[in-house]
Design a protein around this ligand. Sequence first.
Ligand code: C5P
Length: 232
Amino acid sequence: ATPVVVAIDGPSGTGKSSTSKAVAARMGLRYLDTGAQYRAITWWMLNAGIDVDDAEAVAAAAGKPTIVSGTDPLAPTITVDGTDVAAPIRGRQVTGAVSAVSAVPEVRARITELQRSIAAGAAEGIVVEGRDIGTTVLPDADVKIFLTASPEVRAARRSAELAGRAGSSAPTAQAGSDVAATQAALLRRDAADSRRKTSPLAKAADATEVDTSELTLEQVIECVVTLIEERG
Ligand code: C5P
């Protein structure tokens, strides 16, 4: 059998990463987080002192860093010029700058080429998650899924994720306003990603949309596994 290629797209906070990693692990497939690649090139731009709002400067530098993604779903890795950037690419600075950098066509061309070569090299098949995988990067993917969720649910999930990462599990009086701030930032990023000219966040015509608002992670995983098993 030919290796299965699965494209999972959607806005932030829909459970794309958790779902994609679990599905890949369960089905013995590789896993590629394309958002991490855009975050990695953004991290490099910030580190190099490049003004991320200067599209020409970003375009001119787009070919400089070497980005390497490890595709084990149980332990995905990401390096830039040999430096492990898994932690800093999740920071506020990179999150605030990534939409501007990823809107630059030269950046997208470079990263898209990298993504296609990783997918082509995955002999056992791969789950690729992002914003434009089903529409642009891998239009011939065997299975295309578009995950959605209400803005409230997405903001709540992202806030919980950030709190977990910071190691603060106890709820605080700040929680309500944190969710509101997270929701505003997340909607801004999705709006920018959806409005950009080059391969915006969009559902492919032949993608299956799954609204995850009322589903547990396990239910979403099972839904996606079923769609893969029933393909063709
Ligand atoms: O998925 P994640 O939130 O890590 O993605 C970070 C950013 O990378 C997105 O907000 C978007 O600007 C960009 N991105 C993209 N195309 C993809 C994946 C991510 O433009 N396929």
